[in-house]
Write a new protein. Structure first.
Length: 106
């Protein structure tokens, strides 16, 4: 019997999370070569096969002023991502960093 394809939703919001996500994705692909990843990540995760819904750079803001300046956009991205995951139902969601963003999705 053939295994059903696994789709994993995954989000990394900064460069260190992108590196961790890349290694995690590669390890999971060793076990399940048919696994697919969709969400938010940077160039390393993209090179491991991430289907990017929103660019990671949109989340990588630091400091109160920058966060406030981009607040509406970040909330909009989270809302759109939540709607996408609710409609497409990934088997698993992995939030690597950005807890203020990811905890609401988990």
């Amino acid at each position: 019997m053939a295994q059903q394809k696994i789709v994993i939703g995954i989000v990394a919001g900064e460069a260190s999370g992108d590196l961790l996500g890349h290694h995690l994705m590669e390890a999971l692909q060793q076990v399940r070569p048919d696994v697919e990843f969709i969400g938010i990540g940077g160039p390393r995760m993209q090179s491991a096969g991430l289907q990017v819904l929103f660019p990671m750079e949109k989340l990588a803001v630091m400091g109160y002023v920058e966060v406030l300046r981009h607040y509406r956009e970040i909330v909009g991205i989270r809302s759109n991502l939540r709607a996408y995951f609710l409609n497409h139902r990934p088997a698993l969601f992995i939030g690597i960093d950005a807890p203020d963003f990811n905890l609401d999705l988990e």
